[in-house]
Design a protein around this ligand. Structure first.
Ligand SMILES: CC(C)(COP(=O)(O)OP(=O)(O)OC[C@H]1O[C@@H](n2cnc3c(N)ncnc32)[C@H](O)[C@@H]1OP(=O)(O)O)[C@@H](O)C(=O)NCCC(=O)NCCS
Length: 270
């Protein structure tokens, strides 16, 4: 492809990775600035732990696409967190394909992460992050041969060994309910693979304040209060009246409804 190169993310170009998803008009917005800082914490942690976390596609020195991933040794798989080609002028030009093939090429080699073995699959859970008119990640991965895991059309895997069938383990961390979280909203944040994680959490706070202006709000940082995060099971996100809200504020009606359900009866306590 003309003028395009794919490079591994290292300490030298980690800032390109952290900024690539941020819309140009939001670069100086303080909420996005924090989102980018939290992503950098995450990326540096990954580079130190695994030596890798993403690949970037460049046109000259301009980053034009990324694929982000990490190894999961317990399952001997590579988890793809995200693939993204932000600018419309670059869509449909083979950049996404090149990023994915570059990752597949890499992981066909034996890896220290898996005790010198090859991984058995790539696994991903897509989310609807595409811009209007852009190709959704779910369709892209299906087109590239990924198969569905169970009933969830966003949960996909790509076997790297003939006849391998991926069987997912139990879900990740569970919120451990705390008495002190009753009758309040708690927002937990920390290093995150996506700068929008913090942006969405701020948006979640706005919606919670609209729905229940009387509700006290507490923010917990994984940096300054790790024990507070730990005792809640290590979860991140929005907790209302001691219940973890699973929907995201991108789907505002659903998010509001879940907040209202979590609050049933709580106002009477005040
Ligand atoms: C999915 C994505 C990475 C694809 O990147 P891309 O560089 O445009 O893709 P490519 O040019 O390599 O095309 C890959 C395949 O998809 C097909 N494709 C791409 N855009 C398409 C479209 N709009 N309609 C139909 N097919 C399309 C191509 O024809 C190609 O098919 P092939 O493998 O048979 O040749 C890009 O569209 C994207 O970033 N989408 C949003 C993903 C997202 O939400 N990420 C999270 C952001 S927070």
């Amino acid at each position: 492809m003309d003028g395009i190169s794919v490079r591994e993310v290292t300490h030298e170009n980690v800032d390109d990775l952290c900024r690539i998803c941020v819309p140009p008009e939001k670069v100086t917005d303080p909420v996005f600035v924090t989102g980018v800082e939290l992503k950098k914490e995450w990326a540096i942690g990954m580079l130190e732990r695994w030596g890798t976390c993403a690949k970037l596609a460049y046109r000259g020195s301009t980053p034009v696409g990324m694929i982000q991933y990490w190894p999961v040794p317990e399952q001997r798989v590579i988890r793809i967190h995200c693939i993204y080609v932000p600018e419309e002028e670059n869509w449909g030009k083979g950049i996404g394909t090149w990023l994915l093939s570059s990752l597949i090429g890499d992981v066909r080699e034996p890896k220290d992460w898996f005790g010198g073995e090859r991984p058995v699959a790539l696994v991903t859970k897509t989310f609807p992050g595409e811009s209007p008119g852009q190709y959704p990640a779910r369709l892209f991965f299906r087109k590239k041969g990924f198969m569905q895991v169970g009933d969830d059309p966003d949960f996909l895997y790509y076997p790297l060994r003939p006849d391998f069938v991926y069987r997912p383990p139990e879900d990740g961390p569970e919120y451990i309910s705390q008495e002190e979280d009753r009758g309040r909203a708690v927002f937990i944040y920390g290093p995150a693979p996506c700068p929008f994680a913090y942006v969405f959490l701020k948006r979640a706070e706005r919606v919670v304040r609209e729905v229940a202006p009387w509700l006290p709000v507490r923010w917990i940082s994984a940096f300054t209060e790790p024990h507070e995060v730990e005792k809640r099971g290590g979860v991140r996100g929005c907790i209302v009246n001691a219940r973890l809200i699973r929907s995201i504020p991108l789907d505002k009606p659903r998010f509001r409804q879940e907040v209202l359900r979590a609050l049933e009866g709580a106002e009477d306590d005040f």
